[in-house]
Write a protein that binds this ligand. Sequence first.
Ligand SMILES: *Cc1c(COP(=O)(O)O)cnc(C)c1O
Length: 420
Amino acid sequence: MNYQNVIEFAKQLDKEDSLSYLRNEYHIPKDENGNDWLYFTGNSLGLQPKQTQIYIQQELNDWAKYGVEGHFEAKNPWMPYHEFLTDKMANIVGAKPLEVVVMNTLTTNLHLLMVSFYQPTQKKFKIVIESDAFPSDRYAVQSQLKFHGIDPEEGLVEWKPREGEELLNITDLEEILDSQGDEIALLLIGGVNYYTGQYLDLKKIAELGHDKNCIVGIDLAHGAGNIQPNLHDSGVDFAAWCTYKYLNSGPGSLSALFVHEKHAHNRDLPRFAGWWNHNKETRFNMRQPFDVMPGAEGWQLSNPPILSMAAIRSSLDIFDKVGMNALREKSERLTGYFEYLINEIDTDRIKIITPSNPKERGCQLSIQVKKADKTLHQKLTENNIITDWREPDVIRCAPVPMYNSFEDVYRMVSILKTLL
Ligand SMILES: *Cc1c(COP(=O)(O)O)cnc(C)c1O
């Protein structure tokens, strides 16, 4: 696309954008004069759909009206409430409904999945992560190693960018697997890296891992609602993601997990149990021996928090209406325009770390500003531009196709240019 570096052009793109109406369905934070913030941190906490209040209020009303009977009598009965989320969530990540469930929070789910899918032996015990994995994932993996009596120094293998580079190269993973594959039990990789915004080839990673009989797990916290990971076809064994980033479901909201169909009926997998992964038909017959449910539901433990799920339901209804194809199409254009404008800034202080190939990134651009420090981030914030600063010198910005406009992107870059 031929972009132009003038505000009229940005406004024209907004006018032609068939999804621009969506912005009005979200609460956009404003400054004291009522001007919209330029919000670029939907990768950290997505904005609130206006209808979410109504969804939560419905459950509050039914709780007030029915008490415990709301499990069956509520307009949206709480008993099967999580099932209302499954199909829509599965569509977002390209999975079958059997493969997906919403439950717990992300790090908790990573642990539960490792209980089942990380079964180290004397010989095959190592776990591969990206060297720049999100801290929680790293801590989770280190603690799993220790839990099994393995020294993380020995058990943790890092897939690193090459000297002087920021991005991961799949041939380096191939090399790790060639040399240590017989000792590697699990790959746990961020599908879209939180720091660089790099979107990795999940299918290729699954093939490489499976060639060496490794289990392949993906953290999709920065992928779900952002890119289209086609989880089922990718063949990865499991995945998990949170719903408060691109899925706009509120601070600390629940996570979802994916377990590939090939494991759906394996009753021999080790797993933790509770009443909620026991067969729904006999769950309230309280004295039955444990009878695990097939598919992803077989990893639940507890009856879920309905108020949090109501917020997820509200958000997923919007995703369902719009569809990931349309969102992704806008996203490529929006981030493409953002990239173009950044590259138009006449300075050698700026470098975009994120891949320039739209197929290898989601909406986020990670912008390195040489000789900058956190005061740059503060100045952006003073100008109502909400971004995320990562030491030593990277600004992470995510123009989200659901509610960000081309004008947002234009205004942001012109202020950044002035500040530089
Ligand atoms: C956001 C994020 C988390 C956060 O985990 P919680 O358990 O939801 O606090 C973990 N891992 C990755 C990769 C993330 O991006």
